[in-house]
Design a protein around this ligand. Structure first.
Ligand SMILES: Cc1cc2nc3c(=O)[nH]c(=O)nc-3n(C[C@H](O)[C@H](O)[C@H](O)COP(=O)(O)O)c2cc1C
Length: 356
């Protein structure tokens, strides 16, 4: 297993995965313009680095939701990780712990959330999809609380499932031996193949609630002791609404280009959101983060941390826990080097003037 960066590992992983799975991981909505733009956007800004700063000691720690963390790298919530490797989310959470990253476990995990939680003593977060059946939703929240998740990440950019044409073409579905482990109590843990369509799309349409409003965020934040993080915001006015309805942090995200194609990128959306929340809460960003310099730019624009998605799945597919660890370690090492080269010994030294 050799990969030198987070770009080249997709091709390696593809050799080990069925086409249906690799396309599901890589794909996005419609023409996949946002998938491409997410990646390209980070390469555009140039860095005005400082020189002759003592960078012999570098500190990658940050404070998010009031807790000090050793790294600003989070693993984005991603469904169905046992499609990548038999250990699935258990391998990912161990990899995150080894690399001092924070994992966010998806509602659509293929390992029960309690087992993922038990695999590490580090703080980890749980991502929530609100279901039409609010009994299912409150049960998920109750279980996440009981298991000791640090925060609840409410994803708000799936009022409908986008047309992901690769999944339609491949008839994307879950094999029966890989259920959605968190939903077995609800009896909706399987979605077998359906003819000429993505079974996931019909699953989402059938079960996720498209009637959600800010009131639901408020109710959710009042109903749980966990801080609620809202994921999927790309506008300053929405960020303000999130603050006033109880959010404690925001993830600026377009869902990795998997929802609204031609949507604004994280990099483009970040300054507006950061200005709108006026330091009242922490802002994180995701979408196309593949290089240490991408993280420097995100932080220079006001993000406290970043989420990385697909590369972790490719790493899992290549070599399970070790592969995912290598992905996260590479990104962390690249960030460390980029900080040295920018004359920024700590994340606090990554200031807006670093961007030309
Ligand atoms: C295969 C896959 C599954 C995903 N599943 C979820 C999910 O269950 N919940 C969620 O909030 N976001 C989900 N996402 C979106 C990611 O959390 C994240 O926003 C995105 O992947 C970041 O972009 P990147 O992959 O370019 O790093 C998924 C993304 C991928 C690639």
């Amino acid at each position: 297993m050799t990969f030198l960066n987070l770009i080249e590992l997709e091709a390696l992983a593809r050799e080990r995965l069925p086409r249906m799975t690799a396309d599901y991981f890589a794909g996005g909505a419609a023409d996949e313009i946002t998938v491409r733009e997410n990646r390209l956007s980070w390469s555009a800004p140039t860095l005005r680095y400082r020189v002759l700063v003592d960078v012999s000691q570098r500190d990658l720690s940050c404070t998010i939701l009031g807790r000090n963390r050793e790294s600003p790298i989070f693993v984005a919530p991603m469904a169905f990780q046992r499609l990548a490797h038999p250990d699935g989310e258990l391998a990912t959470v161990r990899a995150a712990a080894r690399s001092r990253a924070t994992m966010i476990v998806s509602t659509l995990s293929t390992v029960p959330m309690e087992d993922v939680r038990a695999a590490t003593t580090d703080p980890i977060w749980f991502q929530l999809y609100i279901h039409k059946d609010r009994g299912i939703t409150s049960e998920l929240v109750r279980r996440a609380e009981a298991a000791g998740f640090e925060a609840l990440v409410l994803t708000v950019d799936v009022p409908a499932q986008a047309r992901r044409e690769r999944d339609i073409r491949n008839g994307f579905h879950l094999p029966t031996d890989i259920p959605i482990a968190n939903l077995s109590n609800a009896g909706i843990e399987h979605f077998p193949a359906i003819r000429d369509d993505s079974a996931l799309a019909s699953y989402v349409m059938g079960n996720f609630d498209p009637s959600l409003t800010w009131r639901d965020l408020e109710q959710l934040s009042q109903s749980t002791s966990m801080p609620v993080v809202v994921k999927g915001i790309v506008r300053g006015d929405d960020a303000k609404l999130a603050v006033s309805h109880g959010a404690r942090a925001i993830v600026v995200s377009n869902h990795g280009g998997r929802q609204l194609d031609t949507s604004i990128t994280g990099l483009e959306a970040l300054p507006d959101v950061v200005a709108a929340v006026d330091a009242k809460l922490d802002v994180l960003v995701d979408g196309g983060i593949r290089r240490g310099t991408d993280i420097v730019k995100a932080i220079a624009l006001g993000a406290k941390a970043v989420l990385v998605g697909r590369p972790v799945l490719w790493g899992l597919a290549i070599d399970g826990e070790n592969g995912a660890t290598r992905v996260l370690d590479l990104l962390r090492e690249e960030l460390d080097t980029a900080m040295a080269l920018c004359g920024a010994p700590s994340l606090a030294n990554i200031t807006p003037d670093l961007i030309a």
